[in-house]
Design a protein around this ligand. Structure first.
Ligand SMILES: [Fe+2]
Length: 288
């Protein structure tokens, strides 16, 4: 019998999971159970974990191939597997509200799926919270699987053959300038609009802030459809807001969830979370 204890977090998705130490050697049967829970719940929070960077990367490798972080890769060609979310530098100093990095991270306050702009987007993001603000800095999540299930069949049929162009430069240059080498490393890419989970067959639509247009459609018609799909997925009742606690290790499925950060006062609070991603198994096609 499983030793995992689950607390559901939202009627559409998400669970808090007790009864496992992710930093220790995990049995194959436990790993399989965690993988099945990810496919079922899309969002898992494991509270009270102690997770060094090495342990986080080791756990990431159990779920698949770690994804090289795209900013360092694009700017320097070097593969690193960690991102730091928040306002604390590696040397422990704080970056305030006016720091360029803090401003750059405000782009994450738009609904998105991580690395949807890559030719092979990541499947999962794993985030371990080391330090969290006393106020603000929650991350909100919503399920595009549940939103797809609510669509009328006629609209589902209309979406089925479509592809959408995801474009990092389009979305991020609205927030902050994008480094030229970084921009050149991320040409626009077309992905299927409707995705199917390979394990359980559940479908969802795949949009978010990086979604620029529908292949073969005008800009206006594309915007109308993408905005409509976003609105259908982000009604207040669809959203689960995760209030981070230090020690949370969270895994979310970017193939079917959208998420966004919420503001916090970076002059007042420290926020330090370490993040890895698992490369996906499906590729889109680049346009240049
Ligand atoms: Fe994100």
């Amino acid at each position: 019998m499983s030793k995992l204890h689950l607390e559901p977090l939202h009627s559409d998705f998400g669970a808090r999971v007790h009864g496992i130490d992710l930093s220790s050697a995990i049995l194959q049967i436990e790993l399989e159970e965690v993988c099945e829970l990810i496919d079922t719940y899309s969002f898992l929070c494991f509270p009270d974990q102690s997770m060094s960077d090495d342990e986080l990367l080791m756990f990431t490798r159990l779920l698949g191939e770690p994804e090289a972080e795209h900013i360092t890769l694009g700017r320097t060609g070097k593969a690193v597997y960690f991102g730091t979310v928040g306002n604390v530098s590696d040397d422990g100093t704080m970056k305030g509200n006016d720091h360029p990095n803090t401003r750059y991270q405000t782009g994450n306050q738009l609904w998105h799926a991580d690395s949807s702009f890559r030719e092979r987007p990541c499947s999962f993001t794993i985030t371990h919270a080391h330090e969290v603000p006393g106020e603000g800095g929650a991350t909100e999540f919503t399920s595009a699987r549940a939103a797809y299930a609510r669509l009328p069949q006629t609209l589902r049929d209309r979406l089925q053959p479509l592809k959408v162009i995801h474009d990092y430069v389009f979305s991020r240059s609205q927030v902050a300038p994008v480094d030229p080498a970084h921009a050149a490393s991320l040409p626009p890419v077309a992905h299927k609009l409707v995705k199917k989970n390979p394990r359980n067959g559940c479908r969802n639509y795949y949009v978010g802030s990086h979604a620029r247009s529908v292949v073969g459609w005008s800009g206006i018609a594309s915007r109308e459809l993408i905005d409509d799909l976003m609105a259908r997925a982000t009604r207040p009742e669809d959203i689960y807001s995760h209030q981070w606690k230090a020690g949370d290790t969270v895994i979310w499925d970017n193939r079917c969830l959208l998420h966004r950060g919420t503001p916090y006062d970076a002059d007042r609070w420290r926020r330090r979370m370490r993040q890895t991603r698992v490369a996906g198994t499906e590729s889109g096609s680049t346009l240049s």
